[in-house]
Design a protein around this ligand. Sequence first.
Ligand code: NAP
Length: 288
Amino acid sequence: MTSTALPGGIWTMGDLDVSRFGYGAMQLAGPWVMGPPADHAGALAVLREAVELGIDHIDTSDAYGPHVTNRLIREALHPYPQSLKIVTKVGANRDDQGGWPTARDPESLRRQVRENLDRLGLDTLDLVNLRLGDGQGQVQEPIAEAYGTLAELREQGLIRHLGVSNATAEQVAEARSIAPIVCVQNMYNLAHRDDDALIDELAADGIAYVPFFPLGGFSPLQSAALSGVAGRLGSSPMSVALAWLLRRSPNILLIPGTKSVTHLRENIAGAGLELSADDLAELDKIGR
Ligand SMILES: NC(=O)c1ccc[n+]([C@@H]2O[C@H](COP(=O)([O-])OP(=O)(O)OC[C@H]3O[C@@H](n4cnc5c(N)ncnc54)[C@H](OP(=O)(O)O)[C@@H]3O)[C@@H](O)[C@H]2O)c1
């Protein structure tokens, strides 16, 4: 299968053409994103199947595990197919309790970029997101020093493109005043639509919006309206949730996570569902 066969078609980020349907690797690590996977061979199989099915962008971070998902990606897929783009993020460490302490001072960011390059076995990172916020959500604070550090690393050729994550609209604007961004990765799904206006603004400027927790994350989406639409279409709630995101705006890229090859295949097939005006009206009741 080529990437054009995936639902949603292609989106261009800077000089990178990617299928709108990607894969998020976070859930491949152990419980609460700490430690190794329960099923190492199964995790490798999911990554290989994703690429086999035409997925050409994988979202990761060296904080997942920590170090676990980057090592799995390298073990499963290196040497990487030329078409594969690996998107990582920097800005947080992990502590022994599974917390995500902020690490956005220049020295920490330079170290994280180096570690991503080493663990993934790359000379250049295709796309690095600066992870903002405090682990609980967005925090309205200046980002110039941290984003400026990544912009320098981009100038040095260690990073091809930049994005921001957990960012407020003001922080997106501040980043753009320092160096171009090609994507914003924030929490968004059928039940959490705080970023509606931001998505539309970014779409108008040709910038991708990559929702994390597209299926609800650690608590997958559940709602009577979602189940009702899925039942009517003979599909699953997860499929409807993904199809709705692809339909929501052309700049939305999907990075649903799964440890299961079966779910991966279901998600690809399901995201191509056609939703009628009645379905959309029903789904609009969720999260309102
Ligand atoms: N920037 C940030 O701060 C940030 C934060 C969180 C996540 N992320 C990124 O976003 C990506 C996506 O987030 P996520 O994986 O945490 O959440 P998600 O994609 O919303 O949901 C993943 C959950 O849905 C389940 N699932 C997937 N497909 C399913 C299906 N067909 N049927 C039933 N259950 C299904 C998975 O379980 P199974 O494994 O059993 O399929 C898993 O528990 C992550 O991989 C990560 O790369 C970024």
